[in-house]
Design a binder for this molecule. Structure first.
Ligand code: NAI
Length: 351
């Protein structure tokens, strides 16, 4: 099974290890180092089969190659998966992370890691004890703190660029934006949208959280299961992936989709479905890159906050290029983003 998966993958290398004390499979997938070391987080998750974990790692590392390239970062794409029998805690977790750190360190800088599903800045501190290629540690240990504000800033400038493309003006006054999920990113995004004069609709499975923020911002709240069918100018998914599918796209009542959530499309064809409905889709890999920009800029490239913010603002220009390329070529914005990423990688390999 591993062999079939690896043969059908177009990436560079996979380091794998079975951690006997915890029964954990470790997969470090380095998809591309053309533009720089493979960068991407460490996911810890329980899978039915080890092969499912490897499949996830291979797919997600390829997505990181595109995301980092299109963000203009000197980073390739990578992702690591720790397929645990159950989420470990305490000393068992610490020892597992230290053994995993030694595996990453043995790759001599080919892979840079960070937080992902079920891994935290405190885990990055532990990994950092044995490994020099780690981003996203706690501030006490030299990390740059939460990436949520940078992600929210990137989504905000992305929404303005999409509104300008769709309506001819970037002004958010009298534009209605529905923010789905008002957690770390969604809350900050909603605050910026409010300041810019947008009319806000908020939703969250935690209704009390949505209502509390709505009271502060003078926003309307809709139940979580009504979000897809709620009329708005911009639908901004900031909760979970897979919200745009064959089943949901026909029910959308918006002109634009632009949000922070990773992997918003159920399948690549869903980008075409959105285009057929003339809904302008801001590809998530472009619009939610503020988080990785924050980490790479401040911790890896040694840049200051001004340079980081310049990179985040550039998300708007990249997105406009994506929209224009899609129109010129008659392709979906998802396909256009992928094409731009490939062109940047090709230019990098020629340089
Ligand atoms: P979070 O966990 O702080 O917030 C998510 C919010 O969505 C929570 O309030 C939760 O109750 C709500 N939620 C969950 N399922 C929902 C549903 N079906 N309908 C409505 N609300 C729902 O997460 P965070 O950090 O704000 O991230 C949001 C999304 O953005 C995630 O998909 C994450 O992967 C993605 N992202 C986050 C980045 C970051 O820097 N934090 C960077 C890039 C992507």
């Amino acid at each position: 099974m591993f062999e079939d998966l690896l043969r059908s993958w177009d990436g560079e290398e996979v380091a794998l290890r079975f951690d006997e004390p915890t029964g954990t499979w470790m997969f470090v997938c380095v998809h591309s180092t053309v533009l720089g070391p493979g960068g991407g987080g460490t996911r810890m998750k329980v899978y039915a089969e080890a092969a499912d974990a490897l499949r996830d790692g291979l797919r997600l590392s390829a997505a990181m190659t595109s995301k980092n390239a299109i963000a203009g970062l000197p980073l390739g794409g990578g992702k690591a998966v720790l397929a645990v029998p159950e989420i470990p805690q305490g000393e068992e977790r610490r020892m597992l992370l230290l053994r995993y750190a030694a595996l990453v360190e043995s790759l001599h800088g080919t892979y840079w890691t960070a937080c992902d599903m079920n891994t935290s800045p405190a885990d990055m501190d532990v990994i950092g004890e044995r490994c020099s290629t780690v981003l996203g540690r706690t501030e006490a240990n030299g990390g740059s703190g939460t990436s949520a504000p940078a992600t929210a800033d990137g989504v905000f400038v992305g929404i303005r660029a999409a509104v300008e493309h769709a309506f001819g003006s970037a002004s958010l006054v009298d534009r209605t934006v529905l923010v789905q999920g008002v957690g770390a990113v969604g809350r900050l995004l909603a605050e910026s949208l409010h300041e810019a004069g947008a009319t806000l609709i908020l939703t969250d499975v935690d209704e009390a959280r949505a209502s509390a923020l709505a009271d502060v911002l003078g926003a309307k709240v809709v139940p979580a299961d009504a979000a897809i069918e709620t009329e708005c100018d911009v639908f901004s998914p900031c909760a979970t992936g897979g919200v745009l599918s064959e089943e949901t796209i026909p029910r959308l009542r918006c002109r634009i989709v632009a949000g922070a959530a990773n992997n918003q499309l159920g399948t690549a064809e869903d980008a075409d479905r959105l285009a057929e409905r003339e809904i302008l889709y801001a590809p998530d890999c472009v619009v939610n890159a503020g988080g990785v920009i924050h980490l790479a800029s401040l911790e890896m490239l040694g840049e200051d906050v001004a340079k980081r913010d310049e990179r985040i603002r550039a998300i708007a220009d990249t997105l406009t290029e994506v929209f224009e390329l899609a129109e010129r070529e008659g392709i979906s914005t998802g396909a256009a983003a992928e094409r731009m990423a490939r062109a940047r990688i090709a230019a990098g390999s020629a340089a």
